[in-house]
Design a protein around this ligand. Sequence first.
Ligand SMILES: Cc1cc2nc3c(=O)[nH]c(=O)nc-3n(C[C@H](O)[C@H](O)[C@H](O)COP(=O)(O)OP(=O)(O)OC[C@H]3O[C@@H](n4cnc5c(N)ncnc54)[C@H](O)[C@@H]3O)c2cc1C
Length: 397
Amino acid sequence: MLSPVQAVEGLDAGSGQESIFKDIRDTVLGITRKYDRAYWLQCAKEGRFTVESWQAMCDAGLMGLSIPEQYGGMGESLTGLIMMQDLLSRAGTPNLLLVVTGLARVPLVKHGTPEQIERYVVPTVSGKKRICFAITEPDAGTNTFKIKTHARQTRDGWELSGQKVFISCAEDADFIMVVARTRPAQDGDARKQGISLFMVDARAKGIEKQKLNINVAGPDRQYMVFFDNVKVDKDALIGPEGDGLRCLFDGLNPERLLTAACSVGIGDYALARTVQYVNSRAPFGQPLGAYQGVQHPMARAKAHIDGARITMYEACRTFDAGGDAGRASNTAKLLASEAAVEACDAAIQFHGGYGFDADYDVITLWPFARLLKVAPVNNEIILNYIGQHVLGMPKSY
Ligand SMILES: Cc1cc2nc3c(=O)[nH]c(=O)nc-3n(C[C@H](O)[C@H](O)[C@H](O)COP(=O)(O)OP(=O)(O)OC[C@H]3O[C@@H](n4cnc5c(N)ncnc54)[C@H](O)[C@@H]3O)c2cc1C
């Protein structure tokens, strides 16, 4: 059977093989042909979300990937969703909303009531509603246990106050999945308790959004979001009160894999563009691509991308089989983000001076690839995971 890696690489050409992976690929490629890198950059320039391409993905059923069929989805496999992000990114159109939607829908589907799934998840499949995700705070940063945003229980539900930062697509989303304290912080193992997950109407009274000046070319903008006594329904609490982190952790491996998919895809995109360039530019008579000094860094980056992609789909396979995908997901995220930076570095180097001309759209690839070593989780936390859980050393933070 055709593997996801073979499907992404188009290695089935002429084989006549039928496969769901081939169908997903052909559907995504149909969309990226219409909504290509030029469209993506134009949206970025206009400061607007890629509404048309997002809706095209919903109309084609792609946003039903990883969602159970009873809720209008295409079944619970994560692999298809990762393929979609991989292929979007390979076309130069990665999607950060897909990362946070993919993350948020996991705890919703796993821990939400049928009514909550109907209300919050089903409309994301058709495109009627979009979800963003808010965990990061100015003071807490990587240390989620230090968050101060809190929800106070009232007669009718909850009242939420606090501040979140770097929230992608906050203006383009209908719901914000907010991670908030419902009990004071404690020490030791108990520190995992007291944090809850809420689905908040992104346009509710008491919410204010300030656009941040993030210098990463792309249509997904980031915001500081203030919550000032925002009234939240009783049924907006996802999973048990105080146990939100456990529910959220179910979505962390998918989030790492959706990010890894952005990295391997954008790395491939950078390399493909550069191959085209070095095969046609010939300052010394023969194409630049004929020199080993040019080929080897690009070949090395491609080998690293391939290794990361194989690990990424292996993690998907484990996740879809119900196994523990932590090791492979973390490894894939680390390797993919490093490989993407390596590929973009080679792209800049071999475009020479044009590598720095924004109109050539090569230097524009760099901040995005570089970002993925920091967000949504920095690579040091990934290494901490590998040090502790794979190698068996003490927890380091
Ligand atoms: C473009 C963009 C989009 C984002 N989108 C979202 C979003 O949609 N929702 C959301 O909630 N957040 C989002 N974020 C936030 C992002 O997840 C955080 O920036 C990231 O997790 C790091 O947090 P911080 O910036 O506070 O860094 P800090 O926690 O201050 O850490 C700074 C650096 O210190 C190092 N470090 C930190 N902790 C450790 C440790 N324990 N061990 C070793 N080294 C460590 C790392 O190198 C890290 O990069 C986004 C950020 C960006 C830039």
